[in-house]
Design a protein around this ligand. Structure first.
Ligand code: NAD
Length: 510
């Protein structure tokens, strides 16, 4: 390879290989930037499908008034479709590979590119989790191979992870970062490690949600609602798993498990079972949800609202507002349960079992714990109704009826530390701190990556600061004690920050 590295301004022609979900979007994005694109598929039939997807996307932009007919025609004129890889890449300054996530396919393709590309061309892979170093290792000029990881849909999502191997010269990473900016993206540079930033944080969180579902912690709807209404995320984890594809998620978890070991990436058995049954999510019509028919939300009858509720107040006034809401709805509120009381409400703390408060209240079968989300939530308002296992069968229904009567947005959780919102969020915050502690990425890059790659309203470390490191450590320790799972042990740096009262995003805008 020649010593001079192509400058971003010199990248006039880009070959995109594989016009599937990602490649067609990447080809569109690059052609929109004024560059010529060689759009390459494995055969004419896949080429037609890929180009049809690209045409449809541009037509949609025209029909929405975001693109003129002339601009669409100019973009299409810059795209040269071909099913001949060698001819397609011959003049390219940059090649972006977006073929399926299988190492043997990628290695075979890169060996072919070695022969067919110009010696000074940069070769980039869009892999989500495979080793860029291994892909590069099979080529004659491994130093020119890097990762350029776009997010789905590529024309829309703002993040690009630029991945350098130990052999990548800084100039190549710099060229790819500048090109990403020119495409309107925000690049984040990282070294070659399984899952890079986003998938290494996202996949264990998604897997954790599957564990919560299969251990009957909550319904699938409530697990998803905890993430959307409780954390402000654009989509719940089970819906997101269905969107990405359960088979893809399983493959990425396996790569993470191979690289990092431990318990955090061991896939939930239910994930494997759904994959074995070919229930891959949206693309196969069914995953955690069924997409083949319009879901009809059963209008189940609510239980009668209790006439009197005992509300055991805390000195800190946490339940005062709830008491006023219940009274305003015409329901009697008493400070201690009597034989007339239909429901006993106690304040639930994600670090402690509600069971102990339920036993102390004297009527454990009628007890429900209430906890208001505080995990970095912009609009507090989601209540977690927490049910100890000794609760009578009808208590959950009475609590749900009461919540509906007073207009309380609520989810129901079993009595396990962290309940739903903190369990999901704090375990991910711990992973994010570990990533910073390991020297892999800065807190600002971690937060940027999760905001631009996954649509988080604020990054996990910003949310951790808002929740308070000491509080997060307390909940994680309780989760660890209850499950014995070492993955929930607070990482040393988090414990240090909690002790010192430090912020991970000091100076970041709230
Ligand atoms: P896809 O299955 O939709 O598309 C892959 C395309 O590559 C297919 O059209 C196939 O015909 C074509 N192909 C296969 N072998 C080829 C070859 N030798 N030459 C030319 N074309 C070939 O897959 P996808 O979801 O677009 O994923 C592609 C890559 O992008 C994977 O590495 C994946 O991990 C990564 N990625 C996917 C997503 C996502 O959300 N799907 C997000 C980011 C990155």
């Amino acid at each position: 390879m020649t010593s001079s590295v192509i400058q971003p301004g010199d990248i006039g022609e880009v070959a995109v290989i594989g016009l599937g979900l990602m490649g067609s979007g990447i080809a569109e994005l690059i052609a929109r930037s004024g560059r010529r694109v060689d759009a390459i598929e494995i055969n004419q039939s896949f080429l037609d499908q890929g180009m049809a997807r690209l045409h449809a996307s541009l037509d949609k932009a025209v029909s929405r008034g975001k693109l003129t007919d002339t601009a669409r025609d100019e973009i299409l004129a810059r795209i040269r479709p071909t099913d001949d890889v060698s001819a397609g890449v011959a003049d390219a300054d940059l090649v972006i590979e977006a073929i399926p996530e299988r190492i043997e396919l990628k290695k075979a393709l890169f060996a072919q590119l070695d022969e067919a590309c110009r010696a000074d061309a940069i070769l980039a892979t869009n892999t989500s989790s495979l080793s860029v170093t291994e892909i590069a290792g099979g080529t004659r000029y491994p130093a020119r191979v890097a990762g350029l990881h776009f997010f789905n849909p590529a024309p829309v999502m703002k993040l690009v992870e630029v991945i350098s191997t130990v052999l990548t010269p800084p100039e190549i990473a710099e060229t790819l970062a500048l090109l990403s900016r020119d495409l309107g993206k925000t690049p984040v540079g990282v070294s070659d490690r399984a899952g890079f930033i986003v998938n290494a944080l996202l996949l264990p969180y998604l897997n954790h949600a599957v564990h919560l579902l299969e251990t009957a912690q909550a319904t699938r709807e409530d697990i998803d609602k905890a993430a959307t209404a409780g954390l402000g995320l654009p989509m719940g984890p089970l819906t997101l798993l269905d969107l990405i594809g359960l088979d893809t998620c399983l493959a990425v978890l396996e790569t993470l498990q191979d690289e990092f070991g431990g318990t955090r990436y061991v896939h939930a058995p239910l994930l494997r079972k759904l994959c074995d049954a070919k229930l891959f999510g949206r693309k196969s019509g069914r995953g955690f949800y069924d997409y083949r028919r319009q879901s009809t939300v059963a209008d189940h009858e609510l239980a009668p609202v209790p006439g009197e509720v005992a509300l055991i107040r805390e000195r800190d006034g946490r339940l005062d507002e709830l008491a006023s809401q219940i009274t305003a709805a015409g329901i009697g509120v008493v400070p201690q349960p009597s034989d007339e009381t239909g429901l006993v409400i106690v304040a639930a703390d994600p670090r402690h079992r509600v069971l102990d408060a339920a036993l102390a209240a004297g009527h454990p079968a009628e007890v429900v714990g209430v906890h208001f989300a505080a995990a970095g939530n912009a609009k507090p308002g989601l209540a977690e109704l927490v049910l100890p296992d000794v609760t009578a069968a009808g208590t959950a229904a009475k609590a749900a009826a009461l919540a509906a009567r007073i207009g309380l947005n609520a989810v129901v959780s079993r009595d396990r530390p962290g309940f739903l919102i903190e369990a999901l969020a704090y375990a991910q915050f711990n992973d994010a701190v570990r990533m910073f502690q390991d020297g892999y990425a800065s807190p600002a890059d971690i937060d940027t990556a999760m905001m631009l790659g996954c649509g988080y309203p604020r990054g996990p470390l910003q949310m951790l600061d808002e929740a308070g490191a000491a509080n997060v450590v307390g909940v994680l320790e309780a989760m660890h004690a209850a499950t014995g799972d070492p993955a929930f042990t607070p990482v040393p740096l988090l414990a240090e920050y909690a002790t010192a009262g430090n912020l991970f995003r000091a100076g970041a805008e709230g």
